[in-house]
Design a protein around this ligand. Sequence first.
Ligand SMILES: [Fe+2]
Length: 341
Amino acid sequence: MKTTPLIITPTDIGSKDLAILKDYIQNHLDEILQKMLINGAVLFRGFDIQQAIDFENIALIIDKDLKNDYLGTSPRNIIEGTQFVFSASELPPFYPIMQHCEMSFLPTAPRRIMFYCNVAPQFGGETPICDFRQVAKNLNSDIKKELSQRRLKLIRNYCAPGREKQNSFQLKPWVDMFQTRDKSIVEEKCAANQISVEWLKDDALRLISTHDAFKIHPISKEEVWFNHIQVFHSAAAAIEYSKIARYQNTFDAWKVNIYLQFLTLFKRFTENPMERAMHITYADDQEIPIDYVQHIQDIIWENMYFLKWEKGDVIILDNFSTAHGRMPYKGPREIFVSWTS
Ligand SMILES: [Fe+2]
């Protein structure tokens, strides 16, 4: 069954007032979290939530344990006047963000992730969500077995400080991700997250970690697709864009799609996979077949719910069951994010 968020509106609580909403969440928190466990997502829509600090206050009622350290791959900025609210992604609007459970590659991924719509996009820019329990159920059983047994290796290459302009496909410099220039702090943080560190020439950094493809939900004990193949595999963006082009059906989407198909093909024959910004293989270093990635993304798209943002929307996701992504967009769009331990 497709994820459909439980939607709470002013009709349900008798007012759109922010103070009343906060009281409601405080008094019904167990019930809301219980429903989130089943639905995977709870959306608050139609309330008087005007700015980032309102969102932060709501997020802190839902979970006091918010975090502001980030070991993911999206460029993010803290929102002024808040401690735990960030821009969801500073990636250019045409970039696809494939479905993922936040930081699934960390041994302690966030339990919950919450988004707030400060400025709704005019075209595109949905944040589709997807029940990764359902994805685990729908996957071809042979592919599933193979991925479970062979496990995954994730490779990420971060450029040296000041070298980010050389290649538009590279990740941010490691000093930005770790918020330090001290290599021993980087090594300590990586060790704590079971990530091995390789310092490369010119002060670049390679991170390598191995993972299971599936996770058992800690509360419901359901099996969940919990990895980043559909994000980090070299074929993933091109497969995603062919679906986006059909979904959006605009000249721009088809144009980017054609460009990405050629670029992906070109890179397959010219690039050393270990040098890519992000790469994912089986744990034994063998490549994961492209038709597996196609199958995984087909299943994900069959199970996606397209959340079309409205100003003031706040959505909470159970990050252990429910993934999120982003559709390309045009015009202004401000979506903010907070996450828990
Ligand atoms: Fe994310």
